[in-house]
Design a protein around this ligand. Structure first.
Ligand code: G4P
Length: 542
């Protein structure tokens, strides 16, 4: 037994499982490609090919992906680098992202926040950051495109603090930018890495006089040298000092500068990241924290994806391994149903190319064939029967009324809706006294199109969507029963969700504020499990 524990321990230490969060076009695909390159990888999944797909439409696992030229699903990649086993969880980059994107973050142990130096902190980054920050996971910042003119680096740090309310600690500092960009100064190792277009960067260690050395001025030019010395002085005096504990709890983000396209600064970033980022750790469950080593195999499903390959017409459930060793062919407890399931064909999930895997360890993501058994949030355990904490549900921001256009296909319509709700890409609501009316809520607008497309192509059902003006959904915590009509106004609508919980949809933040003022006895929560989620956040933050 001890041998297996040692094996798991050593595998866990090697593992880093993270997601890259960014706004579209910040360079996530480019950065991912460079990271994979260092690993000599490559197990490369759909998203990395996504950029090419934008132009050449090579991906065939979802027709709509071709039509829109974007990637609508998220996946993961694995590579080995200097003894580490790295899992990158990918998040769809288009602005019309889905609840899946958020949920993928729940399976990550840390996040890399990628920022375009010219654009600063953008809308989608803010949303994704919030989810990471609520979980208290460490966030590493890479400020990209230094080879172009962008915002002043100090201004960017200020933006992190003002927009995201996170303190930052620059691990390196850019020397010039755009055409003037000539490298980065590594604050910890006291060396300069010189940027050479289309060439290997050159590393120069500082001698006795340090940064003030006139030889450095010669190397990078007097003006840039003067600015660099001033800025580093300022950071040393007024900046936040490096603090590993604060980084670990997500209060402080280490910041790196670079240019992903030329690979510059990427390896330095990766090396530091691997040193600082946490290995997989215990997850919380209904019986307390689940030890990664002492507990037998366990994991939870965070994503279900249908039709990854239309010719197979299959669903894949993505499982994050949380404890123990996973072995192919294992029989496990499916805790929700109480059934035993044999996991015969686990896959390392790659978009078109799939590999059967023999074993996996905490931090790894495996793909399981699903014939309708799994639901998002399900726990699988080899020996035990505990359940991991419920995954948070994210409030939809776009709503539409759905009409089934072909009465003959009503059954298919119902089945399709039920399955897509199970996959967690859409949420459904009904108006209290008009239960035949179905309202769809999504996190990203594109999901409407995906929904209609999939109902047609997979279930043969034709639908019409009528957009509704609401932008906010709030679950009502009921202490006493109330008349739903009290919450339906000209700019709000009272509905029930798929679990018959009461929800109010509002057009504006001001509508919500008014309802809150008029109904002081009600609690307006941004998800049905907000209270649970608070527990989840606090237990995982440590
Ligand atoms: P995304 O996945 O975050 O959406 O971004 P992606 O990597 O596709 O990059 C978006 C654009 O930014 C691409 O240009 C890419 O080449 C460019 N880019 C990425 N990193 C850097 C960088 O460090 N410096 C500079 N100057 N540009 C960078 P594109 O014109 O849209 O595509 P392509 O023609 O280059 O493929």
């Amino acid at each position: 037994m001890a041998m297996i524990h040692e094996e798991i321990q050593s595998q866990i230490e090697k593992r880093r499982t993270f997601a890259i969060i960014s706004h579209p076009d910040a360079g996530k695909t480019t950065l991912t490609e460079k990271l994979l390159l260092f690993g000599g990888a490559i197990r490369m999944a759909g998203e990395v090919k996504g950029r090419k797909a934008k132009k050449f439409a090579t991906s065939d696992w979802m027709q709509i992906e071709k039509e829109r030229g974007i990637s609508v699903t998220s996946s993961a990649m694995q590579f080995n680098y200097q003894g580490h086993h790295i899992n990158i969880l990918d998040t769809p980059g288009h602005q019309d992202f889905s609840e899946d994107t958020y949920r993928t973050l729940i399976a990550a142990d840390s996040a890399v926040m990628l920022i375009d130096a010219a654009k600063g902190v953008e809308a989608q980054t803010i949303k994704l950051f919030k989810v990471c920050s609520q979980r208290g996971i460490p966030i590493f910042t890479f400020i990209n495109k230094m080879d172009r003119y962008g915002k002043d680096p100090l201004e960017l740090l200020e933006e992190l603090e003002q927009v995201l309310a996170i303190r930052s600690c620059p691990m390196n500092w850019p020397i010039g930018m755009g055409d003037e960009f000539c490298g980065i100064y590594d604050r910890q190792n006291k060396k300069i890495e010189l940027y050479r277009k289309a060439e290997q960067p050159q590393s120069v260690a500082l001698e006795g006089p340090g940064l003030e050395d006139p030889a450095i001025a010669e190397l990078i030019g007097a003006t840039r040298h003067e600015k660099l010395c001033e800025e580093i002085d300022l950071l040393d005096i007024a900046g936040d000092p490096f603090d590993a504990d604060k980084i670990n709890s997500g209060q402080l983000t280490p910041v790196f500068f670079g240019s992903a396209i030329s690979k510059f600064g990427v390896q330095t970033f990766l090396d530091s990241f691997l040193k600082l980022a946490p290995a997989p750790h215990a997850h919380n469950s209904n019986i307390g924290l689940v030890d990664t080593i002492q507990t037998g195999f366990s994991g939870f499903i965070f994503k279900i994806q249908a039709n990854m390959n239309p010719s197979h017409r299959d669903r894949i459930a993505f499982l994050r391994v949380c404890s123990g060793k996973f072995e192919r062919g294992m029989t496990v407890n499916h805790v929700r149903s109480g059934k035993k399931i044999k996991l015969a064909q686990p896959q390392q999930f790659l978009a078109q190319d799939r590999d059967i895997i023999e074993e996996a360890y905490p931090g790894d993501i495996i793909g399981l064939h699903d014939t309708g058994t799994f639901r998002i949030g399900d726990t699988l355990c080899a020996q035990d029967n505990f359940e991991f904490e419920r995954l948070p549900q994210f409030p939809p921001e776009h709503f539409a009324r759905v009409f089934n256009m072909n009465a003959m296909k009503y059954k298919q319509f119902q089945k399709g809706v039920a399955q897509l709700v199970e996959e967690g890409t859409v949420q459904t609501f009904r108006i209290a006294d008009r239960t035949e009316d179905l309202i769809l809520g999504v996190v990203g607008e594109l999901q409407f199109e995906v929904f209609a497309y999939r109902l047609k192509s997979e279930y043969g059902a034709d639908i019409r969507l009528e957009r509704l003006p609401y932008q906010l959904a709030r679950w009502i915590n009921l202490s006493a029963s109330i008349d739903p009509s009290r919450l339906s106004t000209l700019s709000s609508l009272c509905v029930t969700d798929q679990d018959q919980k009461m929800v109010v949809l509002c057009e504006y933040e001001s509508t919500l504020n008014l309802l809150q003022r008029q109904n002081p006895g009600l609690e307006f929560c941004s998800s049905p499990y907000e209270a649970d989620q608070q527990d989840y956040v606090s237990t995982n933050a440590g």
